[in-house]
Design a protein around this ligand. Structure first.
Ligand code: GAP
Length: 494
């Protein structure tokens, strides 16, 4: 069984995630997070906010999901956010034309699709490519817009569910600039759902129709692409992929070799490298790929993708783009409202440039599951997750040794005290203690506290560490500070 198949099985049985509306058979590309998964997902999101917004004094917004058509005309999504599709004339199945031709032709001949529908039609005819489901023939390829369309109010004014969270930040820029210091740089972040009506959603959390993005838009004066504080990170190393080859490089080298346009870009690469390592992605299985000129959108002055190796192959989990003044200029044209700002020192107006970091939460979550899964071993007869404590669903499990003689009352009281102190606690009193340790390991809980007779008699308790399973007896009143300190250190062994 492939690793992603096992992850899906574990996700279902351990309440990480499952198909939405399962009792109705579900629809491809939609997943619900269960009670365990949602705790991890929120921790990833909160850590992102801490690391990408709060620690640098940036701002967070929450903008509307339903977006009027004019906004997405300006951004180019109405005209160009589309994939080529073909429909089987016999069974009416629709599929991505470029993906099918890629599998049957391009990848075999080291070629790349030139973006023309005629090319796809020609190759499908020449190679007699038939429907993989029923062997029927295909009609001509056509472009299919990926946005979910809707209408606002009784007039049904055309609108769409947003395909990225970024546009809400761009349209709010003039007000945010006015209210937050009228100075550049200004950085605004957002965590929220985005929607793409993918033709063939596949690979679980990797290609979804509704997913969560964490995006940061950094607005700056193009005459000042330097980053104050870059010196502090310039020696930080990361793995870059350039023309298919991997190189370990410092942020300073990345700028010097002109792999990215400026220090701002390099600064955020160091941040995401650190963030990924912190949340449990294996650094030896991730790299930052510098996109070829042909892959970079027309409005961008350079893109770098974070790619992570998984059992599906390498998947893109972060897009970094130097979006220039494209979005603000387009919105200025479309809305008729100015998007330029006055720079006091230059006594001139400028349309800010934008650097963007765009991360998907769900793909990251999937990569963490794959990289943190640990096999059964001589010490542990169960598969478990080696999550960094900072994203573990619960900080600590509290168990009474047995459900009698007041042990359970004491354990409930302890769980309650720790919860009130702000820790995430899971409590379980049924099953053997060994089985309860196993259940906690299976969802990656780093510490377990067991209340036994000595707890009642001497006020001490055992703390067990997830990775080595070793235990120590500590004073009951020290539990909270001990767990907090271990969480901070990321300690998982005694
Ligand atoms: N604002 C830029 C933007 O949206 P993108 O490369 O299309 O760029 C950024 O998306 C990230 O969002 C991706 O790297 C990925 O993590 C996530 N993402 C995009 N489409 C997705 C999908 N269909 N399912 C799950 N995650 C997706």
């Amino acid at each position: 069984m492939e690793l992603h198949e096992r992850i899906l099985e574990l996700a279902l049985s351990r309440s990480f995630f499952f198909p939405s509306n399962e009792v109705y058979g579900g629809s491809g590309g939609f997943y619900d997070y269960g009670p365990v998964g949602v705790l991890i997902k929120h921790k990833i999101e909160n850590l992102w906010k801490e690391s990408f917004i709060k620690s640098d004094g940036y701002h967070e917004v929450e903008t509307s999901i339903i977006t009027p058509e004019a906004v997405l005309v300006a951004s180019g999504h109405v005209s160009s956010f589309a994939d080529p599709v073909i429909e089987c004339q016999q069974c009416k199945t629709r599929m991505r034309a470029d993906t099918l031709v890629e599998e049957k032709h391009f990848s075999l001949h080291g070629e790349r699709w030139d973006g023309k529908l005629e090319t796809l039609d020609r190759i499908i005819a020449e190679k007699s490519i038939r429907c993989p489901k029923c062997k029927g023939g295909f009609g001509a390829a056509f472009m299919f817009n990926l946005m979910f369309a809707t209408g606002i109010g009784g007039e049904r004014t055309p609108a769409y569910a947003r395909p990225e969270t970024a546009q809400g930040i761009f349209t709010a820029f003039p007000r945010l600039f006015k209210n937050h210091g009228t100075k550049l740089p200004l950085a605004i972040g957002q965590v929220g759902r985005s929607f793409r009506n993918e033709i063939s959603p596949r690979k679980g959390l990797v290609r979804m129709r509704e997913f969560t993005q964490m995006e940061l838009e950094y607005f700056f004066n193009p005459k000042h692409p330097e980053f104050i504080g870059f010196d502090l990170v310039k020696d930080k190393k990361m793995t870059m992929m350039v023309n298919g080859k991997l190189h370990e490089m410092s942020a300073h080298e990345v700028v010097k070799k002109e792999l990215v346009a400026n220090e701002i870009f390099a600064y955020f690469l160091t941040k995401q490298w650190e963030f990924y390592t912190r949340v449990g992605v294996d650094p030896s299985r991730m790299y930052l790929r510098v996109l070829d000129k042909a892959e970079v959108p027309h409005y961008s002055k350079g893109n770098v993708d974070m790619e992570v190796k998984t059992s599906y192959g390498a998947i893109e989990t972060i897009g970094n783009a130097y979006r220039t003044d494209f979005d603000l200029s387009q919105h200025a044209k479309q809305s008729g409202k100015p998007m330029d700002v006055f720079i006091e020192e230059e006594k001139a107006k400028v349309v800010p440039h934008v650097f963007e970091v765009s991360m998907g939460v769900d793909r990251l979550f999937f990569c963490i599951l794959e990289h943190c899964l640990r096999e059964k071993s001589a010490e542990k007869d169960w598969e478990w997750f080696d999550f960094p404590p900072v994203i573990a669903p619960y900080h600590v499990a509290v168990f009474p040794l047995m459900k009698k003689d007041g042990l359970d009352e004491k354990a409930i009281e302890m769980a309650d005290t720790l919860r009130k102190a702000g820790l995430d606690v899971t409590y379980r009193d049924s099953g053997s203690i060994g089985r309860r340790y196993a259940r906690a390991d299976e969802i990656g809980v780093p510490y377990a506290l067991t209340v036994d007779y000595e707890t009642l008699e001497k006020g001490t308790i055992t703390i067990r560490y997830r990775n080595d399973g070793k235990q120590e007896r500590i004073k009951t009143e020290e539990c909270e500070s001990r767990i907090r300190s271990d969480l901070q250190k990321g300690r998982v062994n005694l």
